[in-house]
Write a protein that binds this ligand. Structure first.
Ligand code: SAM
Length: 241
């Protein structure tokens, strides 16, 4: 058990004896907010080198330096699962990104559909939410949050080998069926509050990669549906067993 309580995501490479410079925000957080001083221990991860214990070597108002001592956990990559979702209201979109990072999505892709409520997202804000979620859940990997993309365009070049678990509201009440599905590259697709348009539904049904599924007998809000679908996929095809 490490003596360090605080976990911090950094961009810098990590390794034995490696000096890691801090940004002004990180220095403020560690030294002004958390009141750490020289010699204090922190856990660092960068999404590539696992988790490392590091000690404060220099603590300043606008910067500082940590020195890595030893690796506390190896890098643990999530399964090759993308979450595609149509952004909704700000707080609920933040929730979806946070939960996707905690639950082990490898990539998060906001998609604009015919009935998407929001035409703009702040990719940098959403990426920061994914970082924060990884810091808090003990993850050593941070999923990339992509910029908003048109679902149509994304499907135009959709890779043959990546299947899509389409959460299809027209299947409400049908049996929840993943039988026959095997692990490998997958994406989960969640629609907006208004659901998918007829044209989108037709297109999805015609794609051989697409598996339409029900999430039970009730219509879930998009944020609830995202968590339910991630749970369903992880428990059946992912790294939960
Ligand atoms: N307006 C749609 C309707 O009334 O049919 C409901 C949209 S729902 C709020 C948002 C998204 O969550 C849907 O597009 C779908 O992807 C997913 N979803 C919600 N409940 C679901 C269920 N029971 N089965 C499958 N997908 C569901």
């Amino acid at each position: 058990m490490s003596d360090a309580k605080i976990r911090l995501y950094v961009e810098h490479p990590l390794g034995t004896g490696q000096a890691v410079p801090l940004t002004a925000d990180q220095a403020h957080y560690l030294f002004a907010v958390m009141r750490l001083g020289k010699g204090a221990a922190v856990l660092l991860f960068n999404g590539r080198d696992g988790e490392w214990r590091a000690e404060v070597a220099e603590a300043g108002k606008r910067g500082g330096i940590l020195i890595c001592t030893d690796q506390t956990r190896p890098l643990q990559l999530p399964p090759d699962l993308w979450l595609l979702f149509a952004p909704i209201k700000k707080a609920r979109t933040d929730f979806i990104v946070e939960k996707a990072a905690e639950m082990g999505a490898a990539r998060i892709v906001p998609v604009q559909t015919r009935h998407t409520n929001s035409e703009r997202i702040r990719q940098d804000r959403l990426q920061a939410h994914a970082v924060e979620a990884a810091e808090q859940c003990g993850g050593t990997f941070v999923p990339e949050v992509a910029d908003l993309q048109h679902l149509d365009k994304l499907l135009d070049t959709w890779p043959e080998g990546r299947r899509i678990l389409w959460c299809d509201e027209t299947k409400v009440g049908a049996q929840v069926a993943l039988s026959g599905a095997t692990s490998g590259p997958w994406a989960i697709l969640i629609g907006p509050e208004g659901g998918f348009s007829d044209t989108e539904q037709k297109r999805l049904r015609a794609m051989p990669q697409v598996l339409p599924v029900s999430l039970g007998p009730r219509i879930l809000r998009a944020d609830t549906a995202a968590v339910a679908a991630l749970t369903l996929w992880q428990a059946n095809l992912g790294d939960w067993n």
